[in-house]
Write a protein that binds this ligand. Structure first.
Ligand SMILES: Cc1cc2nc3c(=O)[nH]c(=O)nc-3n(C[C@H](O)[C@H](O)[C@H](O)COP(=O)(O)OP(=O)(O)OC[C@H]3O[C@@H](n4cnc5c(N)ncnc54)[C@H](O)[C@@H]3O)c2cc1C
Length: 441
């Protein structure tokens, strides 16, 4: 069987790595850019290792990446963010983020009665008996809940920071999605871990596995531009080659790009329900310093301005030169603007608020600045997991292709959904191949 994987990000490389283990499967990964990794692309600058997206893994012990570690024989280490150094800022007061029982008891974002109430909420989520899962959205649950305002605000804030969205959007996330997500996270003994050395540690091994199989190749700078079905074959045209024949094709690219490439094909209408799904976009402000300027905490979430700063190097010291410090600031963004001017003013305001946050906690940071990267439109998730959007299923009736990536149906959020959807797609293709009729044909 010959398979094409379109896209060399986390999802495409994962699908190809699983498939490359099967002796009867050969294939090609097509990647549009000169490098692999997609939004998890990692690069070196002045001794700093910078990720295009961040490399935090939520609930790593219950995360698909741990299954992949075992199944694909990946080797990597990870380190837990110190929960006692994770703080929330509210009305200029710093307090411990309520991440576990001890932090809940010490935090000032909740009063004593509210703490009892919140511990009850966490316990119900863990026991899978929380009513939240029966509500269409978090907002509807909170509207019916008798909890105090601060407990409601905390729910919104937790969802903001795990889903990278604004509080208004947090209220639109389906109750089932949140209940399942926090059931996993609250049960995890490792809520936030960094993969030591960044995403490249994973993508490099996936790449090696694919190439070492001898049956697969990876072709960069080769975007797939069009395709058609002829009999049982799928024919691809890329920027540099024509009429490449495959038995199966996996799209591992953002859903918006899938919908675009399907336009004017016989399958166009099947993608209409997914064409208007919105993505999650954030402002990213990475700064690398020649020395540790200050280390008041390892992560701060500013509840008033809806932004956070991770001191990445406090947990992953491998991403900085000796004595260096790497911070990543992220601001959640609204995505409704009446004009370009309004959008620009909003972005400028977010950028200066982020700089004010750096000024407040890292005074003099500009004097030690070695690297800086600001992205005002970084796509964290191809499909924002809110009630008005739909994740793209891994297969669609009447459409002869497979789909994976962080905008597709899968377990978890962000990179985990890219990994889990890709693993699902590869496993279902392999299961089909192992059926007796498939082997004899
Ligand atoms: C700022 C930021 C912070 C983040 N933080 C975290 C985090 O802490 N934890 C976490 O788990 N996740 C995080 N993420 C999300 C994570 O980076 C993504 O979920 C993940 O990288 C998505 O992988 P993917 O393979 O689905 O898609 P992509 O990475 O988008 O890969 C798609 C690939 O397809 C290629 N392509 C597109 N069209 C074509 C074509 N026609 N032909 C060939 N190739 C094509 C693209 O060039 C790209 O390489 C973050 C993302 C951002 C931006």
């Amino acid at each position: 069987m010959r398979i094409a994987v379109i896209g060399g990000g986390l999802a495409g490389l994962t699908a190809a790595a699983y498939l490359s283990e099967h002796p009867d499967v050969e294939g090609v990964v097509f990647e549009r850019s000169p490098q692999l990794g997609g939004r998890a692309f990692t690069y070196q600058k002045s001794g700093f290792t910078l990720n295009y997206g961040a490399h935090a893994v939520y609930g790593i012990d219950r995360n698909t990446i741990s299954q992949m570690k075992q199944e694909l024989g990946l080797q990597f280490e990870s380190k837990q963010v110190d929960k006692r150094r994770v703080v929330y800022a509210k009305h200029n007061q710093l307090t411990l983020a309520p991440l576990d029982f001890m932090n809940i008891m010490k935090t000032n974002v909740l009063s004593t009665m509210e703490k009892v109430r919140f511990v009850g909420e966490v316990a119900a989520i863990i026991a899978n008996i929380h009513q939240l899962k029966n509500y269409p959205t978090l907002g509807e649950y909170l509207d019916h809940s008798h909890a105090a305002g601060d407990v409601k605000e905390l729910w919104e804030h937790l969802v903001c920071s795990n889903f990278f969205i604004t509080p208004e959007e947090a209220r639109k996330v389906p109750g089932t999605v949140i209940a399942e997500y926090y059931h996993n996270l609250f049960l995890s003994s490792k809520p936030v871990n960094y993969i030591l050395g960044s995403w490249a540690v994973i993508t490099d091994q996936l790449q090696q596995k694919i190439e070492n199989s001898g049956r697969w190749s990876i072709s960069v700078k080769e975007p797939v531009e069009s395709f058609r079905k002829e009999g049982s074959s799928l024919i691809l045209n890329t920027k540099t080659r024509e009429n490449l024949e495959f038995d199966a094709v996996i799209f591992a690219i953002p859903v918006q790009q899938v919908c675009k490439i399907m336009e004017e094909t016989p399958w166009e209408t099947s993608f209409e329900p997914y064409a208007d799904s919105t993505s999650t976009e954030v402002l990213v402000y990475d700064v690398g310093f020649s020395k540790v300027v200050a280390r008041p905490f390892h992560y701060i979430s500013d509840m008033d301005n809806k932004m956070f700063i991770s001191d990445v190097s406090a947990t992953d010291h491998t991403v900085v030169p000796e004595n260096g410090q790497l911070l990543q600031g992220i601001a959640y963004l609204n995505d409704h603007f009446d004009s370009d001017e309004e959008r620009k003013a909003y972005m400028d305001n977010k950028t200066s608020k982020m700089e004010e946050l750096f000024d407040q906690f890292y005074p003099g940071w500009r004097d030690s600045l070695e690297v800086k990267r600001v992205s005002k439109k970084a796509m964290v998730s191809s499909v924002k997991n809110i009630a008005s959007n739909q994740l793209l299923p891994n297969t669609l009736a009447g459409v002869p292709f497979y789909f994976c990536g962080d905008g597709c149906v899968g377990k978890g959020e962000l990179a985990e959904r890219a990994f889990s959807s890709a693993r699902n797609v590869a496993q279902s293709l392999l299961a089909g191949l192992n059926k007796p009729e498939a082997l004899s044909s």
